[in-house]
Design a protein around this ligand. Structure first.
Ligand SMILES: Cc1cc2nc3c(=O)[nH]c(=O)nc-3n(C[C@H](O)[C@H](O)[C@H](O)COP(=O)(O)O)c2cc1C
Length: 202
């Protein structure tokens, strides 16, 4: 019997129904199908004040983001490629994870993080995926073995939420399996009293 794990997805863009948010939703749909509880913080909810480490976070939306990530057993992050890297919107959201530095599980430690990027070409999509994976490492998260880069010039999303490129849809499914599977494995270890090693340096 599986323990219920919570997978939190963050990402998208200021554009309603952005491709990055659709891709994120597709992963969360698969995670839910696998039995995970899922929560989405999309582009509209990521329009937060600029993160300032000198100031307490007051914005209710930012506090929700921090609380959701603190309670997550697995995370999925999706960003459009903006000028070859992660968009400012998504990076600002990830900077808020600094508020979790003193958490029982600091930053995103002990969590698998599925990284996915969308560009209007392969170059930007791939460099953005590499940037997301680097940020995940800096936040002590475990990037899933499979990252997904989507070229919006060649793939889109159907009204039912699935990617019209079956290969990419298969990758999104695999990402959900990896995030959920890792979360369950860690939860099982925690239940046996096996503590994870959570360092506190970059
Ligand atoms: C400011 C800006 C910069 C962009 N820079 C790149 C880029 O460097 N490489 C790329 O492939 N696409 C670039 N794009 C295109 C977006 O990554 C692409 O349209 C993506 O599908 C948009 O994501 P969304 O549908 O989630 O909003 C850029 C778009 C904007 C608005």
């Amino acid at each position: 019997m599986h323990q219920t794990v919570k997978v939190v997805g963050i990402g998208g863009s200021t554009r309603p129904h952005s491709t990055a948010e659709r891709a994120l939703r597709a992963v969360l749909t698969e995670a839910r199908r696998l039995g995970a509880e899922v929560s989405l913080i999309g582009g509209a909810e990521l329009m937060l004040p600029l993160y300032d480490p000198r100031e307490p976070v007051r914005s209710p939306q930012a506090l929700r983001l921090i609380n959701e990530l603190a309670s997550a057993d697995g995370v999925v992050v999706a960003s459009p490629a903006y000028h070859g890297t992660v968009s400012g919107l998504v990076k600002n959201a990830l900077d808020h994870v600094e508020e979790l530095r003193g958490d029982e599980r600091p930053y995103l430690s002990d969590r698998a993080v599925g990284c996915l990027s969308v560009g209007q070409g392969w170059q930007g999509a791939v460099s953005t995926l590499a940037a997301l994976r680097g940020i995940t490492h800096a936040l002590r998260g475990w990037p899933t073995p499979l990252g997904v880069a989507i070229n919006s010039a060649t793939a889109g999303f159907a009204p039912d939420g699935t990617c019209d490129d079956p290969h990419i849809q298969g990758q999104l499914t695999q990402m959900a399996e990896q995030v959920t599977g890792f979360a369950r494995a860690r939860a099982a270890l925690a239940a046996q009293g096996v503590a994870a090693g959570a360092g506190s340096t970059w």
